[in-house]
Design a binder for this molecule. Sequence first.
Ligand SMILES: *[C@@H]1O[C@H](CO)[C@@H](O)[C@H](O)[C@H]1NC(C)=O
Ligand SMILES: *[C@@H]1O[C@H](CO)[C@@H](O)[C@H](O)[C@H]1NC(C)=O
Ligand SMILES: *[C@@H]1O[C@H](CO)[C@@H](O)[C@H](O)[C@H]1NC(C)=O
Ligand SMILES: *[C@@H]1O[C@H](CO)[C@@H](O)[C@H](O)[C@H]1NC(C)=O
Length: 479
Amino acid sequence: MVSRNKFIFLLVVAALLAILSLSLQFLHLIPSTPLKDERQSSKSRKRIIPILYTEPPGINPIYEAYAYCNIPNKTEHGVEGHSPPDFKLLSVQVVIRHGDRYPLYSIPKTNRPAIDCSLIPSRNPSHPQLATFIKHMSKPTKVNMDNVLSSLPRFPSHFVCEMGELTQTGIVQHLQNGQRLRHTYIEKHKLIPDNWNKQHLYVESTGKSRTLQSGLALLFGLLPEFDWQKVHFRHQWSTIFCASNCDCPMRNHYLEEEQRRQYNFRIKNNLLEQTYVDMARIIGIPTRQLRAANPIDSLLCHFCHNITFPCTQAGCIGLEHFTVIKSHQLDDEKDRQEKMVYYKYSLLAIHPLLNQTVTRMQKFAENQNNEVFALYSAHDVTIAPLLNALGLPEARFPRFAARIVFELWRGPRDKKRLYIRILYNGDDVTFHTTFCRKHNRHSGQPLCPLQNFVNFVKKDMFAIFNSTNYYDACHRRVF
Ligand SMILES: *[C@@H]1O[C@H](CO)[C@@H](O)[C@H](O)[C@H]1NC(C)=O
Ligand SMILES: *[C@@H]1O[C@H](CO)[C@@H](O)[C@H](O)[C@H]1NC(C)=O
Ligand SMILES: *[C@@H]1O[C@H](CO)[C@@H](O)[C@H](O)[C@H]1NC(C)=O
Ligand SMILES: *[C@@H]1O[C@H](CO)[C@@H](O)[C@H](O)[C@H]1NC(C)=O
């Protein structure tokens, strides 16, 4: 009896805390009108999502969720290709996350979001190049692709999306990325010569249709109607692009430690636990089963596509559930930064990719290759550690169609002086990176010297492991 009373008491406290916390969040974070609609008439509710146009102070989970969706209906101005006068752009390497996709998980016992993954130029969001893109992708020409890639569809086509399939939104996002890069790199800087061939381009994608198709869309935006014979599409089996340098026991060690941190952080969040219980009750499945179905992945798809969250006879999943889970994700990212374990994982995970980036730049500078443009079509699990390893942990979690760009520049007088610029979603983040943070821009070198980046990748990034190289850092066990 005592323990039962105690249990009820705990439940009441939890509920009170939940209500208090929710109302605090909503009072501060969400305009009150849509919320009222939401609470009063969850049945008749059609549209629940308030659109925010300006960035409010503090971290707002709804605003962050919109940033993640990256709905392609505004013109964005990136500063790719900007430099002081007389600098010459030599080469560009781009790492992208695939565009908007259908969920990888579904919430049991609810309808999957109804989204059509076929491409229809007259349907929004669209792009002026969408119709020609479809035509070009349908051409039954022989393509230069590694085996795994050549068997994948070159554009999404299912009337009912398959799990993880790229959507029209995802294609449009990357057509826009490509078009933006074409304006600056090709029209302004003439980076790729008119008579370009296989030597000038390097393209690599993981073996998922969404990454291949995202890469194709970006490439088509960059080089409309490109000649299929002139591009070789390479397959990368590893989502961190570690290629033949993947053996790294300490990387796995830090990843496991990071997963423990994530678990411990999650179970401390009573409101989150309560929210899962409530959602599981609405859907009518055990909480554990709901958690395993990773509901935020599916709910984000509803959210990004303006589709009402699932309902059952027991009620509806609402914006309040979504907000709690999204807030937790944001808090988790903050905790992750403080604990440093993920940072260590990232350094080891991403070294091979950074090493490849540096090598390509050095070879280009020494006339040992002609690769003016390289594209890696990747995932959030590629971009997130890449940002961390560069020393940019505060950058936003990679949204759909996120892009990181590495530019190689040559200075005006001394031909040997090479420089690097790094951009994330069009913002110049060079001077936030670990290796350029301390560079004095007013010292006569307005850009960051390439050597800083080289030193970092070849040696300095292992200092935190008391090592000077990848092999050592990967194999030396620290306790
Ligand atoms: C969302 O859908 C509703 C109808 O369900 C529509 O009235 C509204 O304009 C849509 N909002 C956006 C941003 O597309
Ligand atoms: C972007 O979408 C929002 C919501 O649908 C709409 O109100 C706004 O006008 C759109 N912006 C542009 C530039 O089309
Ligand atoms: C780094 O790049 C060099 C030069 O291409 C290569 O020889 C080496 O194997 C690479 N190391 C790693 C760990 O990726
Ligand atoms: C590196 O060496 C220092 C000093 O010897 C030591 O305090 C630190 O714990 C070491 N770090 C690692 C990761 O081994």
